[in-house]
Design a binder for this molecule. Structure first.
Ligand SMILES: Cc1cc2nc3c(=O)[nH]c(=O)nc-3n(C[C@H](O)[C@H](O)[C@H](O)COP(=O)(O)OP(=O)(O)OC[C@H]3O[C@@H](n4cnc5c(N)ncnc54)[C@H](O)[C@@H]3O)c2cc1C
Length: 457
């Protein structure tokens, strides 16, 4: 890298602009500022900048470019897992957490949001207009990190990956300028961002399509873990014919006995099916009937406000330390169920999950970006909480054992938003566009300023 000024000069300049929103090691507040949502990544960047405007972001990137520092865009740190072990000693983490404004255009059915907005922010703005969005299972994940990585939602078998609903972005690129990327302006960059995300710049504003639902038929069914094999077998059979209006997930979960957990899961192994059915009540009930015939001990499926869908999956509301593995799967059968259930109980990661994909998830959009569809009918992920660093190797082994156990059913696909480990080759996640994406990255960021969770090329 060709440095025009020193890193100290850059920090001095940024302190003038950001004042108490610039943190370096030794500053009070550095430790609180540097930690991502996924606490497994104990990131120690050269500095953390917390801008409030696009111009401030541009100033940070310009200062970094001039001084040979790198930039890691981060909104919440939910996706920080792949940065575990990355030396960020020459990197400024640009934390977008104070850029969360959202404006909804109900006529166009779009939301325009700042680069750090999370799904709860979008839903709060969209709900009064009877609209919702293609959010994932957790409302505190950021729109930019999720949607530009693909975005697997409970609306997905009908509406596809969330990335296909991205209409426009404003981005601070490697030379520190702010550019617009859309189908009409900088279309190459627009193509690259949809998959390449933070490898191409810091997104300061994004416009996305909203979905026309004010309520949704959704919920969760739960059984004791002893029912795992028959419930999983029935779910696999049922998904083979479930309509594209229906997107569900099956999980086998092992919970420690903790007072902060709901009593119906604390200290238990359970199997759960949750998701959404985009149908009227009677049709939804008919679709779910084969699962209800399995007599769940808990069944919350019913019509709920669309924004409440973020609560159905019961993702942890607080930052936590976790590791996970994933794989895309193709056609499943009874032998798969035996292998999956046996591994989920033998290796015991906290969660062994299969999401039903296919449908619109598998169809690229007409105006597709680099990432537009998921190759594979199901998405397997195994996740476990690792409260202290010595728990990491065991957690990785547990997650890896579940993914390894179903090797015969694995396909070549990769769901980028589920790649949570360092040193994973994410090329397959970029599909046929991988080489073009890598070439564009080299052209637009030749110095390699941007440090993304999922590097391109
Ligand atoms: C509890 C939980 C539930 C989840 N549920 C789902 C789910 O249902 N479906 C699904 O598909 N995924 C899900 N994920 C995965 C999640 O979508 C990814 O981890 C995603 O990358 C998180 O985005 P983030 O911006 O919040 O995280 P961050 O760690 O802040 O960002 C991750 C990466 O996104 C990019 N990025 C973020 N913001 C910007 C920006 N403003 N400009 C440029 N680049 C940016 C950067 O490359 C960054 O490295 C879940 C994760 C967790 C922890």
């Amino acid at each position: 890298m060709t440095a025009l000024t020193t890193a100290d000069d850059a920090v001095a300049r940024l302190r003038e602009v950001l004042r108490e929103r610039l943190f370096t090691a030794g500053d009070e507040g550095y430790d609180a500022a540097r930690l991502p949502w996924n606490l497994v990544t104990d990131q120690r960047p050269y500095a953390v900048a917390v801008p409030r405007t696009a111009d401030e972001v541009a100033t940070v990137v310009q200062a970094a470019a001039a001084s040979g520092l790198r930039i890691a865009p981060q909104a919440t740190g939910h996706g920080a897992g792949p940065l575990r072990g990355t030396d960020l000693g020459d990197t400024i983490v640009v934390s977008l957490r104070e850029m969360r404004d959202v404006a909804v255009d109900p006529g166009a059915r779009t939301a325009t949001l700042q680069g750090g907005a999370v799904w709860h922010d979008v839903l709060a703005a969209a709900t009064p207009h009877g609209l919702t969005a293609a959010h994932g299972s957790a409302g505190d994940v950021s729109v930019v990190g999720y949607a530009l990585g693909g975005g697997v939602s409970f609306y997905g078998r009908t509406h596809g990956l969330a990335v296909n609903g991205v209409r426009r972005a404003r981005v601070v690129v490697a030379d520190g300028s702010i550019v617009t990327a859309s189908a009409d302006e900088n279309p190459e960059l627009f193509w690259a961002l949809r998959g390449g995300a933070g490898a191409f710049g810091v997104v300061v504003e994004l416009t996305i399509d909203l979905l026309p639902y004010s309520d949704v038929f959704a919920g969760l069914m739960l059984w004791d873990g002893s029912r795992a094999a028959d419930v999983a077998r029935a779910w696999v059979t049922w998904t083979a014919t479930a309509p594209e209006t229906t997107t569900t997930s099956l999980r086998i979960m092992h919970f420690p006995p903790l007072p902060e957990l709901p009593p119906f899961v604390s200290g238990r192994s359970v199997v759960a099916i949750d998701g959404a059915v985009l149908e009227g009540d009677a049709a939804a009930a008919e679709i779910l009937a084969p699962l209800r015939a399995l007599e769940p001990e808990m069944d919350t499926f019913g019509r709920i406000p669309a924004a409440a869908l973020t609560a159905v999956h019961m993702d942890p509301p607080e930052p936590s330390a976790a590791v996970s593995e994933h794989a895309m799967l193709t056609a499943l059968d009874d032998a798969f169920v035996d292998a999956f259930v046996t591994a989920a109980f033998a290796a015991r990661p906290m969660i062994s999950e299969i999401r039903h994909c296919g449908g619109a998830f598998a169809r690229p959009a007409a105006d597709a970006g680099a990432v537009s569809a998921l190759e594979g009918d199901y998405l397997l992920s195994a996740l476990t909480i690792v409260p202290v660093p010595p728990a990491v190797p065991g957690g990785l082994a547990a997650c890896g054992a579940v993914v390894d156990a179903v090797r015969p059913w694995r396909g070549p696909g990769v769901a980028l938003t589920f790649v949570d480990l360092p040193d994973r080759d994410v090329t397959a996640g970029f599909g046929a566009g991988a080489a073009r994406l890598a070439a564009l990255r080299r052209e637009r960021d030749p110095e390699g300023i941007f440090v993304a969770a999922h590097p391109v090329g």
